[in-house]
Design a binder for this molecule. Structure first.
Ligand SMILES: Cc1ncc(C[n+]2csc(CCOP(=O)(O)OP(=O)(O)O)c2C)c(N)n1
Ligand SMILES: [Mg+2]
Length: 559
């Protein structure tokens, strides 16, 4: 409660700073360590989402950062609250998403005694954040929060953790607010762009790879226009499918797990590879096999918003320190002595041949056909959220993202992300259709946030791809240790009943042809819903069955 003196508690100052920096949503699990902040929420117009577990809350904040480019904000309690939240911090780090996690801390005069749930956050989170700090002085709240916003959002974005001792939060201070933080668009220099024009003009088989963060719809549109003008094949890297319109005639496909072999061949044969926005990490580089380290054998241009990423693994022939948004703006003014000439037409034909028609699958439900139905029937502005598991292969292959931020999924391959991300998206965009896709293992890692969806009346549909196992690991098992199933089988709950028990809608689908009606019924219920798909465990990838993988592996081991 605000007092009548002209002073504010540090907690009030903190909440005021959030509003100044443009925060509308915070996600939290409460704790006695930051009661004063909870009380300051009471008087603010922040939209507060109280969650069931800190991993979910932190993933929600990360999802907000991912799609808006502005730091998502999460509050958790000390010790176990913070360690639960670490799951989301790791995603923010690997996915380069701006996020700020506030952690309640023991009182300042108890520190270093291992007081109740005490942790040293600088030590615990030091290597998985851009900055981990603690506020000792209430007068410095505006300064430190302002710095956190700048650090989290600028350059290569990432997570910041701020510990807030409980006694500090109630101290009253006279302090000025900080001005709102401003995102810095690092622009490429004219000399680099001239060199880039020369390299691209001379290339006969260029390929563009898009990834990372700091994208916007504007940047995606400019990229599409540029690609079309010079017929450049453009592919997106793992989980970044929505930075380019996948129905665009220059789209060459998804460079993630199990990519189109023709796309891989095209990249290997390219005479110029241009990576914009992302790191050429383990997945897009196909476990660091596509290009030589440190100097790629193919002429390589790397455009990245973080200077420290340029030359970190691959030493590029041309490094451009720029955000995708600023770089694509510079593309519009590019002059060529010799016009670039890519072969987008055949790249797109390869992509379409690989993705137009779902592959045959064993069992009653073909998840590829389900994804194709969603591709043809969801509105262009629908948002898809998912976590990790083999089921995601069908999303990447058969769905077509059209707008920036319409795929909210962890490039870090973390399970349990889909439900929290869908909650966050529905909180942010109540009028948009949100669909969560989850594996049976994946869903139950944060399925408790289905209760949050019910609590806030968030009608999105979760499609659970239920194959009764941790399929990805089983696939690896059959390949490396054929026939020796170990710790990968799951006995699942009745998922539709789970939905109903929480106050949602639930339905099970046993045959592909029943999916559209079930999905429509879920949507029509107006509730958070679960559509559970009964998937044959043998249907392990769009191209291979478990039986085939096992047989192949056994044959190889015999030979
Ligand atoms: C948090 C986390 N724990 C463990 C893993 C390792 N892992 C990757 S996929 C997977 C199995 C996923 O199972 P499920 O969600 O049922 O999807 P499926 O592969 O069966 O389609 C596991 C355990 C991970 N990626 N993330
Ligand atoms: Mg599974």
């Amino acid at each position: 409660m605000r007092a009548k003196d002209n002073l504010r508690s540090a907690a009030e100052v903190l909440v005021d700073q959030l509003r100044i920096h443009g925060v509308q949503h915070v996600f939290c699990v409460p704790g006695e360590s930051y009661l004063a902040v909870l009380d300051a929420f009471h008087d603010s117009d922040l939209s507060v989402t109280v969650c069931r577990q800190e991993a979910g809350a932190c993933m929600m904040a990360e999802a907000v950062g991912k799609v808006t480019g502005r730091p998502g904000v999460c509050f958790v309690t000390r010790g176990p609250g913070a360690t639960n939240a670490s799951h989301g911090i790791h995603i923010a780090q690997q996915d380069s998403s701006p996020m700020i996690l506030f952690v309640g801390q023991v009182a300042r005069d108890m520190r270093e005694r291992e007081a109740f749930q005490e942790l040293d956050y600088r030590a615990v989170f030091g290597s998985m954040t851009k900055w981990a700090t603690e506020i000792d002085d209430p007068a410095r709240v505006p300064e430190i929060v302002s710095r956190a916003f700048h650090i989290a959002a600028n350059g290569r974005p990432g997570p910041v953790v701020i510990a807030i001792p409980e006694d500090m939060l109630v101290e009253r201070v006279a302090v000025s607010d900080a001005p709102p933080y401003a995102p810095i668009e690092t622009s490429p220099g004219p000399a680099e762009m001239a060199k880039f024009a020369e390299m691209l003009g001379a290339a006969r088989a260029p390929v563009v790879l898009l990834g990372g963060s700091r994208w916007s719809q504007e940047a995606a549109d400019r990229m599409a226009t540029f690609a079309q003008k010079y017929s450049l094949p453009v592919c997106t890297t793992f989980r970044r499918g929505s930075v380019f319109d996948q129905t665009h005639p220059c789209y060459a496909g998804d460079l993630g797990i199990g990519p189109n072999p023709k796309l891989l061949a095209r990249i290997k044969e390219a005479d110029l590879v241009i990576m914009i926005g992302g790191r050429l990490g383990e997945l897009p580089s196909q476990s660091y096999t596509l290009f030589d380290i440190p100097r790629p054998q193919t002429t390589f241009v790397h455009v990245h918003p973080g200077a420290e990423e340029l030359g970190r693994v691959y030493s590029p022939h041309l490094a451009i320190h720029a955000t995708p948004t600023a770089f694509t703006a510079a593309l519009e003014k590019l002059q060529f002595a010799q016009a670039p000439a890519g072969d987008a037409k055949s790249a797109n034909a390869d992509y379409r041949a690989w993705t137009d028609t779902p592959t045959e699958q064993p069992g009653g439900v073909n998840f590829g056909a389900v994804m194709a139905w969603l591709r043809d029937n969801l509105p262009a502005d629908a948002i898809l959220c998912n976590g990790a598991g083999n089921y995601a292969a069908w999303i990447h292959r058969f769905f077509r993202f059209r707008r920036f931020g319409h795929h909210v999924a962890p490039a870090s391959g973390s399970m349990g992300y889909g439900v929290p991300a869908a909650v966050a998206m529905k909180r942010l965009y109540p009028d948009r259709q949100v669909v969560c896709l989850a594996g049976d293992g994946d869903f139950l890692m944060n399925g408790q946030e289905f209760a949050t969806a019910v609590q806030y009346d968030l009608p999105f549909t979760t499609i659970i791809v239920d194959n009764g196992m941790y399929g990805t690991i089983r696939m690896h098992q059959e390949r490396e240790y054929p026939g020796r199933i170990s710790a990968t089988e799951l006995r699942n709950p009745d998922f539709p009943a789970y939905a109903r028990a929480f106050g949602g809608f639930g339905i099970s689908v046993e045959r592909t042809e029943d999916f559209p009606a079930a999905f429509k019924a879920a949507q029509a219920s107006g509730k958070p819903a679960i559509v559970r798909l009964a998937i044959d465990p043998d249907a392990i990838t769009p191209a291979m069955t478990l039986t085939k993988i096992r047989a192949k592996s056994l044959a190889e081991k015999k030979a």
